[in-house]
Ligand binder design. Structure first.
Ligand code: GLN
Length: 283
């Protein structure tokens, strides 16, 4: 079959579910993943044909995309901070907003020459911990998660990206037993309120792990409370705490850190102009 025919079928099947550009992007990501073909291949070879087996792979991906399964889970991988990560339904798909948080931390630490100890609470796929370890040669990084299955993914990702990060099973809501002193603590904990569910898309709601996303309406900052308290006891003097946060709860989360005694609070917006990141210093 001609590859361009398959592209047409992708549009026919998916255009009612996703914007056209997104369908194009699904098609190109899929041919790159399965066939190793670049996106401009159809310009260079408009009549390129593919084998029956290759056709089968592209149609099977299409049938999953039709169910609105996220492309990252269909392909089993995604990119974050220019690195490749394995993902499956046990971990949240790394978001571009979270890349912004990582770039902020990298900016703050790039010029530090001594060894830096970093803890990532609720590490999921390990994308934050692994990117920090990869780009900061002086960093010693640990990641915690409550989910064994997420930790398996994170460990595979550390191997894939050739970094040494230690991953441990811990619940972010009961960190009392945890020991260690850190220069930096970072977390992107669950922060989406149940009441925000109706604004979310089917591909997130049906496929991504609830435990990594949702918090009760009546106590949306529960993870932040636990981690802020923990950071109070486990950050070295001058250490920094970084959070990804719920855009509607920026001021409330900032207040929580202030009340615990954190200084130099810095609340930042993401590329969409939403309050998304928060930093405080432990003095
Ligand atoms: N940013 C994610 C979303 O909107 C939520 C991430 C989180 O809860 N930590 O789907």
């Amino acid at each position: 079959m001609h590859l361009k025919e398959i592209k047409k079928i992708y549009h026919k099947e998916l255009d009612s579910l996703y914007p056209k550009e997104e369908v194009d992007s699904f098609f190109y990501l899929t041919i790159e993943h399965y066939l190793g073909l670049e996106r401009f291949v159809l310009v260079l070879e408009p009549n390129l044909t593919i084998t029956k087996e290759e056709e089968g792979q592209l149609f099977s991906a299409l049938s999953e995309l039709r169910l609105q399964r996220p492309i990252q889970y269909v392909l089993g991988s995604t990119q974050f901070c220019d690195l490749d990560f394995i993902v499956n339904q046990n971990v949240l798909i790394p978001r571009p907003e979270t890349e912004e948080l990582v770039y902020w931390i990298l900016d703050e630490l790039r010029h530090v020459e001594k060894e830096i100890s970093i803890l990532d609470v609720g590490t999921g796929s390990g994308c934050i911990a692994i990117s920090l370890s990869k780009y900061l040669s002086q960093a010693k990084v640990q990641g915690l998660d409550i989910s064994k299955k997420a930790l398996e993914v994170a460990k595979q990702n550390a191997i894939k990206n050739e970094v040494e990060v230690s991953f441990l099973e811990f619940d972010a809501l009961s960190l009392e037993q945890f020991e260690g002193q850190y220069d930096v603590i970072v977390s992107n904990p669950p922060y989406v309120r149940e009441l925000e569910k109706k604004a979310m898309k089917k591909n997130v709601l049906d496929y991504e792990p609830d435990g990594a996303l949702f918090v009760p309406d009546e106590d949306p900052l529960l993870f932040y409370k636990s981690i802020v308290r923990f950071a109070h006891h486990h950050l070295k003097p001058g250490g920094m705490l970084f959070f990804e946060i719920n855009q509607y709860l920026g001021e409330a989360t900032k207040k929580l850190m202030q009340e615990e005694g954190f200084l130099e609070l810095d609340l930042r917006e993401d590329m969409y102009g939403n309050h998304r990141m928060l930093k405080g210093v432990w003095a």
